[in-house]
Design a protein around this ligand. Sequence first.
Ligand code: ZN
Ligand code: ZN
Length: 415
Amino acid sequence: MTLAAEQLTTEQKLDQLAEVAIHVGLGLAPGQELVMTAPLDAVPLARKIAEHAYRAGASLVTTLYADDETTLARYKYAPDAAFDKAAAWLYDGMGAAFKSGAARLAITGASPLLLSNEDPAKVSRANRAVSVAYRPALDLITRHEINWTIVASATPAWAAAMFPDDAPDAALAKLWEAIFATTRIGAGDPVANWKAHDANLQKRAAFLNEKRFSALHYTGSGTDFRLGLADDHIWMGGGTTAGNGLYCIPNMPTEEVFTTPHKDRAEGVVTASKPLSYQGTMIEGIRVRFEGGRIVQASATKGEEVLNRLIETDEGARRLGEVALVPHSSPISQSGVTFLNTLFDENAASHIALGQAYTSCIKDGDKLSDEELAAKGANTSLIHVDWMIGSGEIDIDGVTATGAREPLMRKGEWV
Ligand code: ZN
Ligand code: ZN
């Protein structure tokens, strides 16, 4: 018999979260090595995950902790020239670990506002340096060559940003509850719940793959936007079998079905439906106009400078690398909470992402050269930044190659 949700302690729910992270999210194989990254404040979850990893037969768990205060000290005291530097040796090492068979787990939970008072030019230089250094290792992840997953831990700084009117302890407890509820922890058997949810997402993706739409048309609430899909695109949702043969669900939670748009085929105006928290800065009221797949005009009511620096990262940063459909009734959207964290907020609404495409969303994408992928419409960039464009106001039609239209979503729900 399973305990009712309200009878589980936070400790037990933490244990369940670690269990699904290892067994469902990561699909860790016996004997496999694990590279984990975590904020310092996520130590309790990181330890539980390490415990479940070893119990599942992990050969070695290596956890790299990041400390917000140390990051801030850099912005306060480091010389200006330092902001073009990244720990290349570390990312090379991670790439070597992935190549030798390690799995990758990231715990997210850093303060979404950490860098909001820092110089946007320094933030953008530091991010760029990390993107360049991490690129070879990240490639193995975007190509799904290894099993990987991201889960969240509540942290005091994140909780304070989300619930500024609550006392620190109450805010932290609220954030944990929100994470457990949206990550399907606490009600019944979490492993079975996740497997059923995964099957549903797979079914939705299979339906879209059968339809073979060549474009999507979004209308409503400041948006009139037509987005072409890449040639030979594949809709994906839930889990995927990585190149190393292991089945993983890369994001926990996940509510999206997604594919690769055509980098040269986006036309019209899109208004973001939620604020975007990007590397410690909030960007609000985003409104963007596309022509020939490229952003030709971008504005924001807050954080416009950061937005403009972001899309100037490289040529591909002005183009789209992902399109995802999420019903407005998703548990995250229904929680009514804005998490200020992409892992959650991108699963609250339909979204698009600027930058790098997932090549696994193109038929035989892992076997194609960069030129062949580009010819099919897959975008390349140092960045991949999701932003929310769906809401209860948006209608989406699927458009076939012959121009026939079919309603896909009305008022944010699947038809
Ligand atoms: Zn997405
Ligand atoms: Zn994305």
